[in-house]
Design a protein around this ligand. Structure first.
Ligand SMILES: [Zn+2]
Length: 277
């Protein structure tokens, strides 16, 4: 991508001075290529999984600066990028000892000098489970506790239950909680940002409607409650070379080698970007 939406050329030389630290989860690695190699071959088995366009997109500094500008966070590159970013599913307030408890992962989390964002990528995946479906899929008491925990991470006044949140997409709720947890870690009281990156030209109506429903619920608890939620729709088509691997049962070797060395699998179109308000 050539656009950077920089907020003024006076900051241009700073681009060169920002070094991006790369993490797989919370484990630091030397560079982007190293992080790509941490993924299991299963996670990068299929070329159409959203992790593939996400990693390619994330690996390009121009895209990170573009995102920073869109979020009003300046024109510098990210200071830190985490892929598979973990947030604990419980806390002391939930009766769990500090540092204990299972973690849930977001696709990526980015820190900039002036803020942060959690990224969620979607490509050809079908619509994810609703909160109601997720609650039914395991021990109910435990899952209700986890849901309540995501609620109080999103905002101290927030009480999430199967009744008020059942129709939402579970993953959207979790990403909102992750974004708030990340933002609080950067600066107490700051607001999180969640960016949903929708790659490819599939119909995302249900996905977007569910995000609007989440936003409406949050606003019911107060105008500034929870993260800002953004939608970036990015046309993505497989390039000629990649098309040869489209039907591979296991394309992981090709995917890892290509992405880790800065190669392309997808051609991206100019993104559209808007807030779910
Ligand atoms: Zn908690």
């Amino acid at each position: 991508m050539s656009r950077s939406d920089s907020q003024g050329t006076e900051n241009e030389p700073l681009y060169l001075s920002v070094m991006t630290n790369w993490y797989y989860g919370k484990q630091g690695h030397d560079d982007f290529g190293d992080v790509v190699e941490q993924f299991s071959s299963h996670a990068l088995q299929k070329i159409t999984r959203s992790t593939v366009p996400l990693l390619q997109w994330l690996g390009l500094p121009g895209n990170r600066r573009w995102l920073s500008g869109k979020l009003g966070l300046g024109s510098d590159d990210a200071t830190d990028v985490h892929v598979e970013y973990p947030v604990r599913a419980s806390c002391e307030r939930c009766g769990q000892a500090k540092g204990r408890g299972k973690v849930s992962l977001s696709d990526a989390a980015i820190r900039f000098a002036d803020g942060s964002a959690v990224l969620e990528a979607k490509c050809t995946e079908p619509i994810y489970a609703s909160v109601s479906e997720w609650l039914r899929g395991g021990p109910r008491d435990n899952r209700e506790r986890v849901l309540a925990h995501w609620g109080h991470l999103i905002g101290p006044t927030l009480s999430l239950t199967g009744q008020n949140a059942g129709g939402l997409i579970y993953q959207h709720v979790h990403r909102a909680a992750s974004a708030q947890a990340l933002a609080q870690g950067v600066a107490e009281g700051s607001r999180g940002e969640v960016v949903h990156l929708l790659f490819g030209g599939t119909d995302n109506t249900l996905y977007v409607e569910a995000l609007k429903a989440l936003k409406a619920l949050l606003k019911g608890f107060g105008p500034e409650v929870g993260p800002r939620i953004w939608l970036a729709e990015i046309g993505a088509t497989l390039n000629e070379k990649a098309k040869g691997h489209e039907r591979d049962e296991d394309a992981s070797q090709y995917i890892v080698e290509t992405l880790a060395t800065g190669g392309s699998i997808y051609d991206f179109a100019e993104p559209s970007f808007r807030e779910i308000a």
